[in-house]
Ligand binder design. Structure first.
Ligand code: BGC
Ligand code: MG
Length: 550
C-alpha cells in the first residue's frame, strides 16, 4: 500500500482556518467500517486501525457518523448522551486514541452532531415529558391537540405519518420530524441553544476539527405552528424523501427553513472560531437546497460549507444538469461553499443508482475532484460497490420497514466494508455482522483492488492526488460551467494557474473544439485526452481532457 501520511504538524487549524476549502472528506458509517471486538458491529478502535488506509487514499478529513450513546432506533441519529461514546463503539479514550492516530497521519476528524432532535431516552426528554412545569418543560416542541383531539397542524414525519406523537403524561403532542423516538428540540428556548453550544465546545476541546451537522435546516420550527401549504404536483421531486413518501406533497416552509436558524448558526460558528474548526451543514430541501446553501454559507459568520443533495438524485446528472447546478450555485451561493457527494448512508449507492459502468464511475470521480467545492466520498465508493440487496428478514432500517417494498430503506448502502476477498465477512468482523456482507462485494474488496493496478481504488487515489497537486482545483474560482451536447467544460483558476477541464458525459466518441489558449496536457494518469495543435480534442466515450494554461 502506498502510504502518504502527512506530518501531524500539517494540522494547525488556527493558523490555517481555510483548511476545509476544497478538502476531500471520507464519510465513515462506524457500524459498518471495521469491527475490532468480534460483536459484528464496527467501532472506533476499528476505524483507528484503518487510518493508514484512509491516509493512503489522500483523504483530508474523515466524517464519522454518530457514535454517541444511543438506543440505536435510528442507528445513532437518536442520541441519548451527546458527550459520551456508546459502549458498542468503544469509549471516550478510544475516541481520543482515534483522533491522535488520525492527526498523526495528517487526517482531520469531523464528528456528526445531531442537534435538531434527541432520542426519547435522553434525560432531557424524560424530564420534559413528565409535566408542563418542570425545568425542561419547554425543551421540546409540545402542543395541545385541536378541539377534536387531532394534531395541531398538518406537519409530516419524513419517516412516515404525522410529525406529532401523543403523550398521555402531559396530555399533549410532541413534534418529531423523524421517528417518534426522535423528539425535536425546541430551538426557541435559549437554554436549549446554550446546552447544544456546550456540546460543540465539549468536542472541540477534545480535539475534533469540526462537525457534520445533521439536518441544519430543521433546527427551528414556526412558533405559531402554521400548517404547510401543499406543493404542486410538478414540483414533487424526490431527492430528500423517496417518491412513495407523501412528505414530498408539502412545501416545507413552516416545519423547517425558518429564518431564526441563522441566529443559532451564528452562535455555533462563534464557538468554533477559536479552534479553527469547520462545519458542513446538511441541508435537506429538494426545491430550495442551493438557495439555502447560499444563505447559510454566505460571509464568514455562519456555516463553512453546506452538504448538497443535487448529485444525490436518482438519475446520473447529464452535462446540461451539471452546468445548470453549477450555474445556480454561482447565482444563489456565489459567496458560499458547497460540499458535493454522490453517495452517503441515506441513499442508494451511486454505482447502482446511476447504473454506472466502471468508466462512468471513473469520469464522475475525476469530475468531483475538479468541481469548485469540497467533496465527500462515502466508504466503499472508492471500491465501486453497488447497493447490496438486503432481504426483508435482514432489514434493520425502520424507514425501510415503513415503506417496504416500494422503498427498501437505507440498509443496502450500509452493509459492511469489504477489506478481504478470501473471508466470507470481507475481513469486517470475526463475528456475525449486524447486516450481512454482500457476497457480490467480495471480489471488489480492498485487498483484491490493491493487487490490481487497473482497479478503481487507484483511480480514486490519482484523482484525489491530482486535486491536491493543483490549488486551482481545490480552492480556485471557475468560469461559467458550460454544456455543449454531452460535453461539460469549465476552467478553474487560482493566481497564475488555469486548468481546463472537459468531460465527455456520453458513451460515444466525439470531437470538441477547446476554448482558445495555449494548453499543455496534464492528467495523463487520469486517462486525459490530449489537445491537438489545431485546438481540437478527440474524446473517447466517458473520457476527460485536462490541460493547464502555458
Ligand atoms: C441523517 C439520517 C437520519 C436523519 C435523522 C439525516 O439526514 O443523515 O441518517 O436518519 O438525519 O437524524
Ligand atoms: Mg465491535
Amino acid at each position: 500500500m502506498n502510504i502518504q501520511s502527512k506530518p501531524s504538524s500539517s494540522i494547525d487549524n488556527v493558523t490555517n482556518p481555510d483548511w476545509w476549502r476544497g478538502a476531500v472528506i471520507y464519510q465513515i458509517y462506524p457500524r459498518s467500517y471495521q469491527d475490532s471486538t468480534g460483536d459484528g458491529i464496527g467501532d472506533l478502535a476499528g476505524i483507528a486501525a484503518r487510518i493508514p488506509y484512509i491516509a493512503s487514499l489522500g483523504i483530508d478529513a474523515i466524517w464519522i457518523s454518530p457514535f454517541f450513546t444511543s438506543p440505536m432506533k435510528d442507528f445513532g441519529y437518536d442520541v441519548s448522551d451527546y458527550c459520551d461514546v456508546d459502549p458498542m463503539f468503544g469509549s471516550l479514550s478510544d475516541f481520543d486514541h482515534l483522533v491522535e492516530t488520525a492527526h498523526a497521519a495528517g487526517v482531520r476528524v469531523l464528528i456528526d452532531l445531531v442537534l435538531s432532535h434527541t432520542s426519547d431516552q435522553h434525560p432531557w426528554f424524560k424530564e420534559s415529558r413528565t409535566d408542563r412545569e418542570n425545568a425542561k418543560a419547554d425543551w421540546y416542541v409540545w402542543a395541545d391537540p385541536k378541539a377534536d383531539g387531532t394534531p395541531p397542524n398538518n406537519w409530516l414525519s419524513i419517516f412516515g405519518g404525522s410529525a406529532w406523537q401523543w403523550n398521555g403524561e402531559r396530555m399533549q403532542y410532541f413534534l418529531h420530524n423523524f421517528l417518534t423516538s426522535q423528539p425535536d428540540l425546541n430551538f426557541h428556548s435559549m437554554s436549549v441553544q446554550n446546552a447544544l453550544l456546550d456540546v460543540a465546545q465539549f468536542w472541540l476541546e477534545r480535539g475534533v476539527d469540526g462537525f457534520r451537522l445533521d439536518t441544519i435546516n430543521f433546527y427551528v420550527h414556526d412558533k405559531q405552528l402554521r400548517s404547510n401549504p401543499p406543493l404542486p404536483q410538478e414540483l414533487r421531486n424526490a431527492t430528500i424523501a423517496p417518491q412513495v413518501n407523501p412528505y414530498n406533497h408539502q412545501e416545507h416552509i413552516y416545519d423547517r427553513n425558518r429564518p431564526e436558524n441563522l441566529d443559532f448558526l451564528r452562535k455555533l460558528r462563534a464557538v468554533m472560531k477559536p479552534f479553527g474548526a469547520a462545519a458542513v451543514g446538511e441541508v435537506g430541501d429538494a426545491q430550495k437546497g442551493l438557495e439555502i446553501m447560499g444563505e447559510y454559507t454566505a460571509g464568514d459568520d455562519l456555516m463553512h460549507m453546506c452538504y448538497a443533495f443535487e448529485f444525490l438524485a436518482n438519475k446520473r446528472p447529464s452535462a446540461l444538469e451539471i452546468a445548470d447546478v453549477m450555474g445556480r450555485v454561482d447565482r444563489v451561493a456565489a459567496d458560499g461553499w458547497p460540499c458535493w457527494a454522490f453517495s452517503n448512508h441515506d441513499m442508494m449507492r451511486h454505482a447502482t443508482r446511476w447504473e454506472a459502468s466502471p468508466e462512468i464511475l471513473r469520469l464522475m470521480t475525476t469530475l468531483m475532484m475538479c468541481l469548485r467545492g469540497s467533496a465527500c466520498i462515502y466508504q466503499g465508493e472508492e471500491l465501486g460497490l453497488g447497493e447490496a440487496d438486503v432481504a426483508y428478514e435482514d432489514i434493520q432500517d425502520p424507514y425501510g420497514i415503513e415503506f417496504w417494498p416500494e422503498f427498501k430503506g437505507r440498509d443496502g448502502c450500509r452493509t459492511p466494508m469489504v477489506w478481504k476477498q478470501d473471508n466470507q465477512n470481507g475481513g469486517f468482523t470475526e463475528g456475525k455482522p449486524w447486516l450481512p456482507v454482500a457476497s457480490e462485494h467480495l471480489p471488489q474488496s480492498v485487498s483484491a483492488q490493491e493487487a490490481d493496478e487497473q482497479a478503481l481504488i487507484h483511480h480514486y487515489r490519482r484523482a484525489i492526488a491530482f486535486r491536491h497537486a493543483h490549488k486551482a482545483l481545490s480552492i480556485g474560482e471557475h468560469d461559467e460551467v458550460k454544456a455543449d451536447g454531452d460535453i461539460v467544460y469549465f476552467q478553474r483558476v487560482h493566481k497564475s494557474e488555469t486548468i481546463l477541464c472537459i468531460f465527455n458525459m456520453s458513451g460515444s466518441a466525439t470531437n470538441f473544439a477547446v476554448p482558445e489558449g495555449n494548453w499543455n496536457p496534464i492528467g495523463d494518469a487520469l486517462g486525459s485526452a490530449v489537445i491537438s495543435q489545431l485546438g481540437n480534442v478527440a474524446l473517447d466515450p466517458w473520457q476527460v481532457c485536462l490541460a493547464i494554461k502555458a
